[in-house]
Design a protein around this ligand. Structure first.
Ligand SMILES: NC(=O)C1=CN([C@@H]2O[C@H](COP(=O)(O)OP(=O)(O)OC[C@H]3O[C@@H](n4cnc5c(N)ncnc54)[C@H](OP(=O)(O)O)[C@@H]3O)[C@@H](O)[C@H]2O)C=CC1
Ligand SMILES: O=C(O)C1=N[C@H](C(=O)O)C[C@H](O)C1
Length: 233
């Protein structure tokens, strides 16, 4: 596969390593200063850039008929617009707030646990995410996906970056050193706590998931998720 990397920071560099181990070729490394991109020579674009850059990177790829895998977080207010452009161009797109295989299993576990907890009113949920100090967005995209999974399966209505009322999931975002990404969900009652946690030990898992998604999307048209890629459910 010939891969164009949009964003060549911590994730772009890790994806390059994993892609090369899997015998793929990096044909472009696009950053904010890039003036010309050869889209014709690209089988797929993988975007791990910035919240401000992602929408333009992604939709320019659609305009040039290049399928896109995007892991950039913090740009999702424009997600529906990106989907419309992809569909109009009969393109192919996967966005995931977290591409690691473990987190995608964790997403399923979170929904299952929320469903079981939905009738146990003595438990109050909360979430904590910890990331490195260079992270631009808070809460993390993964935390938002986890909160959506709880909202879909319980009476919680929304999430907030602070304590809210009973129907709001409070998310605490911590920024510490070089932490790759830790997410904890706690259901607390007077008598006990039920807790699930995912800890990324490094960035390899995110990068491997993104390359697997890029391999999977070859020859396909449409909007997909990691659930489709991993055949979960
Ligand atoms: N979905 C997932 O599994 C994961 C998602 N992420 C997300 O991926 C994104 C990138 O993370 P990470 O690599 O750690 O961040 P980095 O800051 O290390 O890398 C982002 C890179 O994008 C570059 N950039 C800035 N503007 C543009 C542009 N217009 N086009 C292309 N590139 C541009 C930045 O350049 P400069 O420094 O010069 O501004 C920087 O090199 C974040 O949103 C993060 O939350 C991260 C890990 C996993
Ligand atoms: O910025 C990061 O580093 C990460 N971002 C993603 C997110 O916002 O959830 C995924 C992962 O946790 C690492």
């Amino acid at each position: 596969m010939k891969i164009g990397l949009f964003g060549y920071g911590k994730m772009g560099k890790m994806i390059e390593q994993i892609a090369q181990q899997r015998r793929h070729t990096i044909v472009a490394k696009v950053d904010i200063n890039t003036t010309e991109v050869d889209y014709k020579n690209m089988d797929v674009a993988i975007d791990f850039s910035t919240p401000d850059a992602a929408f333009n990177n992604i939709t320019t790829c659609f305009e040039n008929e290049v399928p896109v895998i995007s892991g950039t977080t913090g740009w999702l207010s424009d997600y529906d617009k990106a989907v419309d452009i992809c569909q109009a161009k009969k393109g192919a797109f996967i966005y995931a707030s977290n591409f690691s295989l473990g987190v995608n299993v964790f997403f399923e576990l979170n929904s299952y646990l929320a469903k079981m907890m939905s009738t146990l009113n003595q438990y109050k949920v909360s979430m904590e995410e910890i990331h490195h100090t260079q992270k631009l967005d808070a809460p993390s995209g993964t935390a938002i996906t986890l909160a959506d999974g709880i909202i879909e399966n319980t009476n919680y209505l929304d999430w907030k970056l602070e304590e809210g009322d009973d129907k709001i999931i409070p998310i605490t975002s911590k920024r510490e050193g070089t932490v790759p990404g830790t997410h904890t969900i706690t259901y607390k009652s007077e008598v006990d706590d039920v807790e699930i946690k995912h800890t990324a030990n490094n960035r390899e898992g995110f990068a491997l998931g993104a390359v697997i998604a890029a391999e999977w999307i070859q020859g396909k048209t449409g909007i997909f998720s990691m659930k489709n890629v991993l055949n979960l459910k």
